[in-house]
Design a protein around this ligand. Structure first.
Ligand SMILES: *[C@@H]1O[C@H](CO)[C@@H](O)[C@H](O)[C@H]1NC(C)=O
Ligand SMILES: *[C@@H]1O[C@H](CO)[C@@H](O)[C@H](O)[C@H]1NC(C)=O
Ligand SMILES: *[C@@H]1O[C@H](CO)[C@@H](O)[C@H](O)[C@H]1NC(C)=O
Length: 206
């Protein structure tokens, strides 16, 4: 079991490294706020992971030139982001201006081609979303996958308005899930091991 956790940890670490290496890293402070985003939860509302649904609406702020945006923006990702109160003492959720290192918005809830008109979508809060306070942010990407613009449901400064809470599925359920996933991986590995040994026996007999 311990080896399994260690393996999982190493895999996660590799993923993190890969993520850091990837991309040029656009600075968040350099992005224009040309998108308008809204999310259905009210300020302070509590949603349950795996049960409640959020309605999202996003589009270009009409004060900006739509033609330029049409040329530049290729797709839009709407993400769930940690509010400052849920980042305190948690380096793994830290806000970094360089977006290739930023950990504020870890859950992509919509990923769609950009279009000029307002789009709307529903998202059921997934079971792996941890208990925390959140806001919603949308990024527009160019054809190279670089962030070009953003929009968010909270204010730009302290990020204190329009925040909502998500109550995650308890830690017990989560660790149980990890344990069973590890167990399945282990069973699969043993199965392959047995198969291989069986094959070897056969070839030795020949
Ligand atoms: C952001 O970080 C990445 C990875 O460390 C680095 O390659 C890139 O130059 C940085 N971007 C800026 C604008 O500092
Ligand atoms: C759209 O952009 C203008 C100019 O930056 C800004 O004053 C306005 O508040 C924005 N509208 C919305 C709905 O965010
Ligand atoms: C976008 O909205 C405009 C005005 O509301 C409408 O005339 C147009 O048909 C819409 N375009 C698409 C692709 O939905």
């Amino acid at each position: 079991m311990e080896t399994c956790f260690l393996t999982t940890f190493v895999i996660i670490l590799l993923f993190c490294l890969a993520e850091t290496c990837y991309g040029g890293g656009v600075l968040f402070s350099s992005l224009p706020q040309t998108l308008v985003v809204s999310a259905s939860p009210q300020q302070g509302q509590v949603l349950n992971a795996g049960e409640d649904t959020i309605t999202l609406t996003w589009g270009l702020n009409q004060s900006f030139t739509a033609d330029m945006a049409d040329q530049l923006y290729k797709n839009v990702k709407v993400k769930l982001c940690y509010a400052p109160i849920s980042q305190v003492d948690r380096a793994w959720r830290k806000t970094v201006d360089n977006l290739s290192k930023d950990k504020t918005c870890q859950f992509t809830i919509v990923n769609k081609p950009y279009q000029r008109n307002q789009s709307s979508d529903q998202w059921m809060v997934e079971k792996d979303v941890p208990t925390a306070t959140y806001f919603v942010r949308a990024y527009a990407y160019n054809s190279a996958g670089e962030e070009m613009a953003y929009g968010q449901t909270t204010d730009d400064g302290k990020k204190s308005s329009n925040l909502f809470e998500i109550r995650g599925i308890t830690g017990r359920h989560l660790s149980l899930n990890i344990a069973s996933a590890c167990f399945s991986a282990f069973s699969l590995a043993s199965l392959f091991g047995l198969f291989w040994m069986e094959r070897r026996k056969v070839s030795v007999k020949k």
